[in-house]
Design a protein around this ligand. Structure first.
Ligand code: 6PG
Length: 244
């Protein structure tokens, strides 16, 4: 994986830069009469981004929302109203403002039986997205990274999810035991662009290990998260870049 580093002074400016990337790509897709198909991660970091998209007029007004279709990188197997839900977090921060047509939102149903939902979502991706090597192609996959080097819901003890032939699989959080639905490594590898949004000092060590390929980096799933060009764009802030 070739990390392409985009460093910004603050977490807000890093998130704003990702918002700008989404704006630019959504407009060019609209001009080509195409959808901009993006898969978003959950956790705390994307909240900055989703709030910027919803609250800053440049984005709220300029983005052609009818051309953006939202999919998820992963989901916790909980009700969408549960505070743990990635969809729920995205709804609260962005989707509730409804400028995104409901038909453009393809949530993973965390409330359903994980195996059944993984199969259903595989079908959704096959139906809605172009494919290559049997894997759906996203225009953008937006990832975060855990301090243990996980990304999506692919954890260090479940590395097989990096190269399974299924586009979507179930997973289990290694400490909480929480069940998850996740895109797999091979789906992520077909994406036009993989972007990591990483902020805060707690991520400084892990991204340094991955970017500098320090001893043991091979054990981190995030080390294998790259797009069809073999690249991963790291949008990071000063705090997370201290060891670079
Ligand atoms: C999830 C995410 C996960 C997340 C990382 C970082 O469902 O939790 O998809 O992969 O991106 O755990 O989470 P934070 O942004 O909260 O640090």
């Amino acid at each position: 994986m070739i990390p392409v580093i985009h460093k910004f002074p603050t977490s807000e400016s890093a998130a704003a830069a990702v918002a700008e990337l989404i704006l630019e790509n959504a407009v060019s897709k609209k001009n080509a009469n195409k959808y901009y198909n993006i898969a978003v991660s959950g956790g705390k970091t994307p909240k900055y981004l989703f709030s910027i998209l919803a609250e800053i007029p440049e984005f709220r007004v300029e983005i052609p929302w009818e051309n953006i279709r939202f999919f998820w990188v992963d989901e916790r197997c909980v009700e969408p109203t549960n505070e743990e839900s990635n969809y729920g977090m995205t709804y609260d921060a962005l989707l509730q403002y409804a400028f995104i047509p409901a038909q453009n939102v393809f949530r993973m149903k965390g409330e359903d039986i994980p195996e059944n939902e993984a199969e259903r979502y595989r079908g959704v991706l096959l139906k809605e997205l172009p494919a290559k090597n049997g894997m759906p192609i996203f225009d953008l996959v937006l990832l975060g990274i855990g301090e243990d080097g996980h990304a999506a819901s692919i954890f260090p003890d479940q590395m097989r999810l990096l190269d399974t032939e299924n586009s979507v699989e179930t997973a289990v959080h290694p400490t909480s035991g929480q069940r998850r639905i996740t895109l797999t490594g091979n789906t992520i590898h077909e994406a036009e662009k993989v972007v990591f949004l990483i902020t805060g000092g707690s991520k400084a060590e892990i991204i340094s290990e991955i970017i500098h390929q320090k001893d043991g980096f091979e054990a981190y799933p995030a080390s294998y998260m790259y797009d069809a060009k073999g690249q991963a764009h790291f949008f990071i802030d000063e705090a997370s870049a201290v060891f670079l």
